[in-house]
Design a protein around this ligand. Structure first.
Ligand code: AKB
Length: 312
């Protein structure tokens, strides 16, 4: 039997592009997009779409049964910066949605689950350079706490009930189709929009704040690759470190200046600086590369060229 996929949170930054790619790969009728509200015209017309609250387990089950869904990609989440403003809401959304979907897999309604973790699951006591797959993890944001707890719930459901759940710790994701909302790495998306629109950008992080990042095409490919990998190759059931590029605001501004020489950046840090300072700078993702063959394609220059071509 072929796979039928449900994406929860399909209208978010990653969900939007993941949905289109999955529709290309699996056929549009086999990929059901869902979100709490309607999405772009492309999203609504390129395949089935359902309004769905990620925390509503009976509502998810109804859709699973209606379409005979076999795989769920749970992309709905409240990110780091918004999570600090609404800690209880962040915990409620991030944990209730995950436990509901894991239960549906445990109850054998679905066969496979994808759930994203994040570099936010690390904290200030984790090594900052070449942060290993397994190390000290003491996150200081609610988002990070929910991601670390979620990783261990995934592992628990796998060990205890045999649930086939797979996960990646995403770095900051950069894209031009849909903007992210409420994250700390969002500056690396906004900077491209402002560079093309206004030729200037005021950054909320300081110039030498280095963070792990990745272009959307790489993130979408990694997500589908881990889900398609042979079950024997998935040896980590908490979440895999995943890396591509690491840069600072000063370095991304210099990369943009190669194409827009008059571009200017200024710096005015806000509360997101403390979040960024608590995260790794460079991630060691050798486990993902060894176990299921992960390899990134986009470096800073290639990504900058593609972003500016698409936004220009
Ligand atoms: C955020 O900044 O909160 C996210 C993330 C790194 O998970 N982009």
């Amino acid at each position: 039997m072929s796979d039928t996929i449900l994406i929860i949170g399909a209208c978010g930054q990653i969900g939007t592009e993941l949905t289109q790619k999955l529709r290309d790969v699996y056929g549009k009728e086999n990929v059901i997009a869902s979100d709490i509200r309607e999405g772009s015209e492309e999203m609504m017309t390129s395949g089935p779409f359902e309004i769905l609250d990620a925390t509503d387990k009976p509502g998810i089950l109804k859709i699973v049964q209606k379409y005979k869904v076999t795989q769920v990609y749970l992309m709905a989440a409240m990110l780091s910066a918004t999570g600090e403003k609404f800690p209880h809401k962040a915990w409620e959304l991030n944990m209730t949605s995950l436990l509901g979907v894991l239960d549906l897999a445990k109850e054998k309604h679905i066969k496979q689950v994808y759930w994203p973790s994040s570099i936010a699951s690390f904290g200030p006591t984790s090594p900052k350079i070449n942060t290993p797959q397994q190390t000290v993890m003491e996150p200081t944001t609610v988002y990070g706490i929910s991601k670390l707890a979620g990783e261990h719930w995934c592992n628990y459901y796998h060990e205890k009930y045999g649930v086939d759940v797979r996960s990646i710790r995403y770095p900051g994701i950069i894209s031009w189709k849909t903007k992210p909302g409420g994250g700390t790495t969002d500056y690396a998306v906004d900077i491209y929009f402002q560079a093309t629109e206004k030729k200037t950008y005021e950054c909320f992080l300081t110039e030498n704040t280095r963070l792990p990042m990745m272009y959307m095409q790489d993130a979408v490919n990694a997500t589908i690759q881990i889900m398609q990998a042979d079950v024997a190759d998935i040896k980590t059931r908490t979440s895999y470190n995943l890396a591509a590029i690491s840069f600072t605001p000063k370095e991304i501004a210099a990369a943009i200046r190669k194409y827009i020489p008059e571009f200017e950046i200024s710096y005015k840090e806000d509360f997101r600086q403390a979040i960024a300072d608590s995260w790794p700078q460079v991630i060691d993702d050798s486990k993902a590369r060894e176990d299921w063959g992960w390899a990134h394609k986009f470096d800073l220059d290639l990504m900058t060229k593609d972003m500016l071509e698409n936004l220009g």
